[in-house]
Design a protein around this ligand. Structure first.
Ligand code: HEC
Ligand code: HEC
Length: 469
């Protein structure tokens, strides 16, 4: 369990699953019950007028039939099917739960006191696009997170100063996450932003360089949001607790107070960037229009929005494909981590979630650390309830949002699949994992037509380019 809200979401998923089984039972019962009623009344007729013993039998039959009818009448989809021949009530609930209309307002980030401050967001936006915070003066967050490309870069793996180990993630809606990155090694968006700045393959900057750039170029705006910049004194040009041996030695030579002042300024840069990222909207899609038409009980309008293939694909997504069990909610993600048995992966090169939990626990910029604005409950639920060393975390990565996914190949955390068809074939075959255990367990046994329908459905989540800006 990750936190209370997640727990209640999980509980409601369990409730939905039980409801689902009941619906299947009801669906199976319906044709049988029609037949049964006829046979029962036939039996009643034959029994009628015979001995007293038969009379009691008839009463028993009648009671049974009555009980059966009550049960059937309670089946939610019986009455509903008269209105909607395509979707059961259970389906309609699921469809609605993935609609943008069901996206709740962002919860406050208690670890960042300026998370929803417009002035901080304006500053964060400027910082997001500023290439000066990099070793070669050419890399900004927007070099990999392109606003016109759903804030990603269409590459197999991200490229800054050099190639990064994983694929760039899109940013719309990412503020809703509990854990950040494919492996969730960060527990806030402000702390996440500090990672790429110091990563040698991304910005390749370091924190004394960053603090000095902020003081030289953003002092007025920065102080308007965070108060007076700490006294930074005469800092070395490059120093950080990790990185080149020179930078590490220069960091060790600083006083504790100097290190703290630099860390505070560094963390505040992340907090301004988070404020900007929280303003990135999640664009509407054709799927949302379809869900809205169904919510209005307007099947005719819905039929004009989706083709038959797309509709069938949605059915497969919910039922046989079992996609909904991980890609649920308005962003089509359970925000959790799973091993899918992807090809080309190895425990040595990328272990996923199992290592990330330890990285997060030891991170001085985590939600419980001194740079977080609130450390106790109700903040920091993610890290406080985080499990360490669970076997199913080996090779597990975060379920990504599927909104806009068909427009940003290649797919998966390492760009393992070039086409959406390859993704579908992988799910259908559910191969054994190269390491750890795949959660896909068994092949789906979907027909080529069902796979094509599923692909058609995924396209209904396309977003229009630039609309995320
Ligand atoms: C060199 C390309 C590159 C640059 C530059 C870069 N990123 Fe990323 N971003 C990535 C990659 C790759 C990932 C996934 C990395 C991983 O999982 O290890 C990622 C992941 C993220 C995520 C996680 C999203 C989620 O859903 O968990 C956020 C947020 C993000 N980046 C924001 C930023 C910000 C803010 C900056 C600038 C300070 C930045 N990135 C700079 C490539 C880049
Ligand atoms: C057990 C949970 C689980 C199930 C079931 C599941 N997915 Fe996924 N999905 C994930 C995870 C986790 C990833 C990312 C894996 C990685 O990169 O290591 C993913 C990735 C994807 C991607 C690529 C996203 C991207 O940005 O690269 C697509 C498309 C996708 N899933 C579609 C589906 C479809 C369609 C189904 C049903 C046939 C399905 N998923 C079933 C968990 C799941």
């Amino acid at each position: 369990m990750l936190d209370a809200s997640l727990q209640s979401a999980r509980l409601s998923t369990i409730a939905k699953a039980q409801f689902f089984r009941y619906s299947i039972f009801c669906a199976a019962l319906r044709p049988a019950s029609k037949l049964g009623t006829i046979q029962h009344s036939g039996a009643m007729f034959r029994l009628n007028g015979n001995s007293r013993h038969h009379f009691e039998m008839r009463d028993a039959w009648a009671a049974l039939v009555l009980l059966g009818m009550i049960f059937i009448l309670q089946c939610p989809s019986t009455a509903q099917e008269l209105n909607n021949p395509i979707w059961s009530d259970h389906d309609l609930n699921s469809i609605n739960s993935m609609s943008l209309a069901d996206l709740k307002p962002l919860l406050p980030d208690r670890s960042n006191r300026v998370a929803d401050d417009p002035q901080a967001a304006a500053l964060g936006k400027a910082l997001f696009f500023d290439p000066r915070f990099s070793a070669n003066g050419a890399v900004s967050c927007s070099s990999c997170h392109l606003p016109t490309r759903q804030f990603q870069d269409d590459l197999r793996v991200g490229h800054g100063i050099a190639d990064v180990a994983r694929r760039t993630m899109p940013l719309a809606g990412s503020a809703y996450q509990i854990f950040f990155f494919w492996d969730g090694r960060k527990d806030s968006q402000w702390s996440q932003a500090l990672g790429p700045l110091e990563s040698p393959a991304e910005h390749g900057a370091d924190r004394t360089m960053i603090a000095q750039l902020l003081a030289a170029n953003y002092r007025t705006d920065f102080e308007a949001v965070f108060g007076k910049l700490p006294e930074l004194g005469n800092l070395p040009a490059h120093a950080a607790p990790a990185g080149s041996p020179e930078a590490v030695a220069a960091w060790a030579a600083l006083t504790i107070e100097q290190q703290h002042a630099v860390n505070l300024t560094f963390a505040n840069m992340g907090k301004a960037i988070e404020a900007f990222e929280r303003t990135i909207p999640v664009p509407k899609t054709r799927y949302d229009a379809y869900a809205a038409a169904l919510a209005e009980k307007d099947q005719a309008a819905a039929n004009k929005i989706f083709t038959e293939a797309e509709r069938n694909g949605l059915k497969v997504f919910l039922d046989q494909g079992n996609c909904f069990s991980c890609h649920s909610g308005p962003q089509f993600t359970d925000m959790s981590f799973h091993n899918l048995g992807l090809p080309g992966t190895s425990a040595e090169t990328d272990n996923g979630r199992i290592t990330a939990t330890h990285t997060l626990k030891d991170d001085p910029f985590n939600c419980l650390g001194v740079y977080s604005d609130q450390k106790g409950p109700p903040a920091c639920q993610g890290i406080r309830f985080m499990h360490l060393d669970k076997p199913d975390q080996v090779g597990a990565f975060k379920s990504p949002s599927l909104r806009g996914v068909a427009q940003r190949p290649p797919y998966m955390h390492n760009g393992q699949f070039a086409t959406m068809h390859d993704v579908m074939v992988h799910y259908n075959n559910a191969p054994k994992a190269p390491f750890g255990t795949s959660e896909l367990l068994i092949p789906r046994k979907l027909t080529p037509q069902q796979l094509a329908d599923l692909e058609a459905f995924i396209q209904t989540l396309n977003v229009s380019d630039g609309s995320a800006e």
